[in-house]
Ligand binder design. Structure first.
Ligand SMILES: Cc1cc2nc3c(=O)[nH]c(=O)nc-3n(C[C@H](O)[C@H](O)[C@H](O)COP(=O)(O)O)c2cc1C
Ligand SMILES: CCCCC(=O)C(=O)O
Length: 397
């Protein structure tokens, strides 16, 4: 493929970022777990959904405005939480924050930010929603302090990531023996009152994505986390809405409702955790069905085109988040590049809406997509189809 120097789509940005980033940092951003089946499936699964456009609808005005958690946003496109934006550009999360704000996108900030949450939110224009992503620590005081700071700084929701009791094994990082450059700091841990004896060095709390990286991550994170001691605990210490990130099933969606969460993000962590997990666009419909109108459903994973966003919205997502595309933009040109990534996707979404005959977000529903029939059928004892299969098998005997 002929990639333009002036990127015209997310693939161009990916290509440029790969060329300018040090190979270790590139590997860390790019990699999925093990054989990367889920990482690739997140993207290719979108291709198996096709569109059903309607014509002659007066599409002279297109609006992507919608509401998320009851607040107006210009677009359903947001920035997913990613560790260490300074691996892409020295302006790091501050640059991403300016880009998100310019695009009217919600930004979710990672616990493992290389810029403090206060600095990140200060780059916003006041109308941008910032959500704080949390990993819960064995030492709950550490997590509680992060929550207090997020409340004070003006974050409007907490996003609890639940798919990473331990980091997935990313072979590229293991081969590269990847270690983040030693000058980077995890600035959310810089306050000595926040973390005992943590000086904010990346190597301290989140060592690297190498073999020891997972161990260090695991050693600090609370692997005993459960709905009770995780969600109920968090609810008991804060009034902020709680969104659970990493939900892939109807069952867990029902539990999220029962535990008073405000939303769930259908996510498999960009294929970086459990390799072999379903693509998120394939998992979305069951979560949407279980959610009904009780809880908002968002998704991330593999979104590289505006038409991917359109498909996710059609299948019931209220907002769609992107991670790697923004990091690639950041690597290309700091805040301008991160904004370019969002703007490219935004304009592609608007064009997909126009060409499908949908003028606003509310009009986008499942009638605009062809879903692949029986793409994945879960094999589980007790499931209806399993019983039917068994009957068929028995009949053959
Ligand atoms: C480099 C990188 C770092 C990430 N760090 C975090 C993190 O700190 N917290 C988190 O909840 N998810 C993290 N994620 C997962 C993303 O939030 C998101 O679920 C996923 O990457 C979305 O897929 P996409 O990259 O295909 O858009 C990270 C992903 C990448 C690529
Ligand atoms: C130590 C940071 C972990 C970030 C993360 O979630 C990821 O790399 O996927």
């Amino acid at each position: 493929m002929n990639y333009a120097n002036d990127p015209v789509c997310i693939k161009d940005l990916e290509h440029i970022a790969k060329g300018v980033m040090p190979s270790g940092a590139w590997g860390y951003y790019d990699s999925g777990a093990n054989d990367e089946q889920t990482k690739y499936d997140n993207m290719s699964a979108f291709d198996s959904y096709r569109l059903h456009p309607r014509m002659l609808r007066d599409v002279s005005t297109i609006s992507t405005e919608t509401t998320v958690l009851g607040k107006k946003v210009r677009t359903p496109l947001g920035v997913a939480p990613c560790a260490m934006h300074k691996l892409a550009h020295s302006d790091g999360e501050a640059a991403t924050s300016r880009a998100a704000s310019k695009n009217g996108s919600i930004m979710i900030l990672s616990t493992y930010s290389t810029t403090s949450m206060e600095k990140v939110i200060a780059q916003g224009d006041g109308s941008t929603q910032y959500w704080m992503q949390l990993y819960v620590y064995q030492d709950r005081k550490v997590s509680e302090e992060l929550v207090r700071r997020a409340e004070k700084a003006g974050f409007s929701a907490l996003v609890l990531t639940v798919d990473a009791p331990m980091l997935g094994r990313r072979l590229v990082d293991a081969r590269n023996k990847f270690n983040p450059p030693s000058h980077l700091r995890l600035e959310n841990f810089m306050d000595p009152e926040v973390v005992n004896n943590a000086d904010g060095y990346v190597s301290d709390l989140a060592r690297s994505a190498s073999e020891t990286f997972g161990a260090t991550f695991g050693a600090n994170g609370d692997q005993s986390l459960s709905w009770e001691n995780g969600i109920s605990w968090l609810k008991s210490i804060t009034g902020l809405p709680i969104i659970v990130k990493g939900i892939m099933t109807a069952e867990d969606t029902q539990l999220a409702i029962a535990h008073g969460c405000a939303g769930v993000i259908v996510s498999n962590h960009g294929g970086r955790q459990l390799d072999g997990a379903l693509a998120t666009i394939d998992a979305l419909p069951q979560v949407v069905e279980a959610a009904g109108d009780k809880i908002e459903v968002y998704m991330d994973g593999g979104v590289r085109r505006g038409s991917d966003i359109f498909k996710a919205l059609a299948l019931g997502a209220r907002a769609v988040f992107v991670a790697r595309p923004v990091l690639w933009g950041l690597a290309y040109k700091g805040d301008k590049g991160a904004y370019l990534a969002l703007d490219l996707l935004q304009k592609e979404l608007e064009l997909a809406m126009m060409l499908s005959g949908t003028r606003n977000i509310a009009e986008i529903d499942e009638s605009y997509v062809y879903q692949p029939a029986n793409r994945w059928v879960r094999y589980a004892p007790g499931a209806r189809h399993a019983a039917a299969n068994q009957k068929k098998l028995l009949a053959k005997l």
